[in-house]
Design a protein around this ligand. Sequence first.
Ligand SMILES: C[C@@](CO)(OP(=O)(O)O)[C@H](O)COP(=O)(O)OP(=O)(O)OC[C@H]1O[C@@H](n2ccc(N)nc2=O)[C@H](O)[C@@H]1O
Ligand SMILES: Nc1ncnc2c1ncn2[C@@H]1O[C@H](COP(=O)(O)OP(=O)(O)O)[C@@H](O)[C@H]1O
Length: 294
Amino acid sequence: MTRARAHAKINLFLHITGRRPNGYHELDSLAVFADTADELALETKSGKPGDVTLSIEGPFGEGLRAESDNLVLRAAAALREHAPASAQLAPLHVTLTKNLPVASGIGGGSADAACALRLIAQAWALPEIDLAPLAARLGADVPVCLAQEPARMLGIGEILKPAPSLPPVAMLLVNPGTAVPTPAIFKAWRESGADFRPSPDLPRCWDDFGAMIADLRQTSNDLQGPAISLYPVIGEVLNALEAQPGCGFARMSGSGATCFGLFDNEAAAQDAARILSRSEWWAAAGPLHNSASI
Ligand SMILES: C[C@@](CO)(OP(=O)(O)O)[C@H](O)COP(=O)(O)OP(=O)(O)OC[C@H]1O[C@@H](n2ccc(N)nc2=O)[C@H](O)[C@@H]1O
Ligand SMILES: Nc1ncnc2c1ncn2[C@@H]1O[C@H](COP(=O)(O)OP(=O)(O)O)[C@@H](O)[C@H]1O
């Protein structure tokens, strides 16, 4: 059995810089990865070559179907399609432990897809396949999730540039339990009449926590206002995060509803997680994750 972790992606800022003729929005976003993650376990099974099956467990597994539209199985299908005819494609079973809330702005499905691409390409001994274009076809967030390293995302997410090097930072994620469909939030942004926003200037390195949050304050998540207007509970989450001792900065990730707080020490982030894990709110605190687990 091979196991790997699919870490949550967090957008520290997200500027909408343009729009493509196909309707997708061009972005400039700084993505980092949280310690918290889904888990994928891969085992060989009996069956036809190339057959991949899926079972789903874990705290957020109930909201998902193990059917062909699941991003794990779509990743397997993409690899099968691109494998050379000579490849030996052992039948596989994937168990997905869904620890990340679904449709929540932290790219859990994208992380699962990227993790499945890495794991299955390894199991099928397909090192010659370039995973990046397959990832981009599976979703705008999948390319950045392949390496699970901090990166600047440009284009619609397929152009990746190095992120500034980051100081030690702890992050608290809070999700209010409301699934948010990404297309509806981009639509609300368009209907708000907002202008495209330029890319921010960022240094190569943030020497300390203070320098990082001072620069982040000059940026925005352009989807945050539209998301709050549709789901006011996101504003409540942000207020609750900002009220926590040691929280230097709070913002929504991606198209929401998950929000993050940045702390300069992990104990404060863990204390705040205990306070904010209430009723249907999900909270997870930890350091940032820095590299792919396989
Ligand atoms: C907004 C972001 C920021 O990282 O994250 P999430 O909120 O999903 O985590 C991503 O761009 C989301 O990426 P992902 O969730 O993979 O998007 P996709 O499945 O490719 O697209 C879902 C829908 O979102 C819209 N979309 C997505 C990406 C983009 N750059 N422009 C868009 O307009 C389109 O309406 C598209 O049909
Ligand atoms: N393995 C998966 N995990 C989560 N969502 C998935 C998965 N496979 C397909 N999906 C679909 O993708 C959509 C976006 O999921 P997700 O990546 O969790 O959103 P977000 O990027 O906003 O956090 C969901 O509505 C869900 O139906």
